[in-house]
Design a binder for this molecule. Structure first.
Ligand code: LLP
Length: 451
């Protein structure tokens, strides 16, 4: 019994567990994670990419991007489904290691890794450190020398391909902090070399570094697969150029994450099988044109694995009808439905204008629907969970409300704004619930305050 469905009395069940039981046992707000759904998506991405890339004669590894949501259990699930784990900080690395993910199956990202994070990664024997700048190349080389190790690195490049939902999560354009551009730097006293090429050649000069390959991540919540193909073409050309310059044809290319999901009813997610096939055929064609052998590929989906597997369960408190006087038009009424969480457990609507869907899930209702806005309990008017949704007119205090598709970047971006304890992560599977991360308590928060 996995998935989400309504019981005969109209209440929702997730992973075979009645949401009323979840609320009674774990309280609200709570992040509820459907383990079977997570595993199914992890497997779907791995098998789709293995099949499509295998068909053109290339190998592929799938890294689960832990920034979307990483707990020890989640890291274990990813590994059990044949995925590796991509981390973006010492903290994420610590979780992957506690889950006993072998170092060789972990990647470390970040545009500003500390010496401590790099050393921890080296000591854990991580499979790859993705370097993001020239200074970092020097830093990793120095620390590897200190340890008497050879650090396996990939160079993160920016391809100029724009993709993804929001300016803050689009990363392949020039004017942002990530990666090294493939475009030659102009100007009278420049050599016309691209920062990406400079970095790759620099890595090759260091005996303490092993250049595994080239990394590109073009953005997030991407719904058009063309961007991946365009970026892959640029990266493969850079790889061929590097081979011409240095005689070294690097063996690996990572195409990043960013695979888009459905947030609202009617949204269409990227289909892993289709996108894998499109990318595989395209990269095979490019390598043929360039006359280079195929590298081993990797991808780093986060949202596409964990996003749809999670929902947030809230309890409704205050319900308030607000009459809005529209300029020149008729007044209308919007029902403000306040829940017991808000922007501290889901910052995405406030940060990106992200849209979500909500439903009353503890009961059925025969009432007409009204235009509602789901808001949190924080002290600002931008504390909106769902901007616009039809809810039953009899929605009232005590109702359970679920917001769908909050598995990615909900808990992982949560805060304690207004001293709210962060909600627990509760896994459901086969009719059983289990706490993966417990709810914070007021004592947790007060304990940090040294007076
Ligand atoms: N790989 C790299 C290098 C990344 O920077 C990211 C996301 C991923 C993989 C995973 O991307 P995904 O498959 O989850 O789209 N907080 C934003 C998303 C930021 C993504 C940052 N990097 C949000 O809530 O939409």
């Amino acid at each position: 019994s996995s998935g989400v469905g309504r019981l005969s009395d109209g209440a929702l069940a997730v992973g075979g567990v009645d949401v009323r039981d979840l609320a009674a046992e774990h309280g609200t707000p709570a992040y509820v994670l459907d383990e079977a759904d997570f595993r199914m998506r992890a497997r779907a991405y791995r098998t789709a990419f293995e099949a499509a890339f295998g068909a053109v004669g290339a190998g592929v590894d799938v890294y689960y991007a832990g920034k979307a949501l990483l707990t020890v259990a989640v890291a274990r699930w990813a590994r059990e489904e044949g995925l590796r784990v991509d981390t973006a900080s010492g903290g994420e690395l610590a979780i992957a290691l506690r889950a006993e993910v072998p170092g060789a199956e972990i990647g470390l990202h970040g545009n500003n890794k500390s010496d401590g994070e790099i050393l921890r990664a080296l000591d854990a024997g991580v499979g790859r450190i993705i370097v993001d700048s020239l200074v970092e190349i020097e830093r990793v080389a120095r620390l590897a020398a200190e340890r008497g190790l050879v650090a396996p690195v990939m160079v993160r490049v920016t391809t100029g391909v724009h993709a993804g939902g929001h300016e803050y999560i689009a990363t392949a354009h020039e004017d942002q902090k990530f990666g090294l551009s493939v475009n030659p730097v102009g100007g009278p006293d420049q050599r016309g070399e691209s920062p990406a090429m400079v970095a790759l050649l620099e890595v090759l000069k260091h005996p303490e570094l092993k250049l595994l390959g080239i990394h590109s991540h073009i953005g997030s919540q991407i719904l058009d697969p063309d961007g991946f193909e365009a970026a892959a073409r640029v990266v493969l050309r850079l790889r061929a150029d590097l081979a011409e310059r240095s005689g070294v044809l690097v063996g690996e290319v990572d195409l990043g994450g960013g695979y888009g999901i459905a947030y609202l009813p009617g949204d269409v997610a990227l289909d892993p099988e289709r996108v894998a096939k499109d990318i595989a055929q395209s990269v095979a064609g490019v390598c043929r044109e360039l006359g280079t052998s195929l590298p081993r590929f990797s991808i780093e989906p986060g949202r596409a694995i964990v996003g749809p597997a999670g929902l947030t369960l809230y309890t409704v408190g205050t319900v308030k009808a607000v009459t809005v006087s529209a300029d020149g038009g008729a007044d209308f009424t919007r029902t403000y439905v306040s829940v017991d969480g808000g922007m501290s457990d889901n910052i995405r609507p406030a940060l990106y204008g992200a849209a979500y869907h909500a439903e009353v899930v503890g009961r059925s209702s025969a009432a007409e629907t009204v235009l509602a806005r789901v808001v949190g309990k924080h002290c600002e008017s931008g504390d909106i969970v769902v901007h616009e949704v039809q809810l039953p007119a009899d929605v009232r205090a005590g109702d359970l409300l679920a917001v769908a598709a909050t598995g990615a970047y909900g808990r992982s971006m949560a805060s304690n704004y207004n001293m709210l304890p962060r909600p627990p992560v509760v896994a459901v599977s086969d009719g059983v619930s289990r706490v993966l991360v417990r709810r914070e308590t007021e004592d947790d928060l007060l304990g940090l305050d040294q007076g």
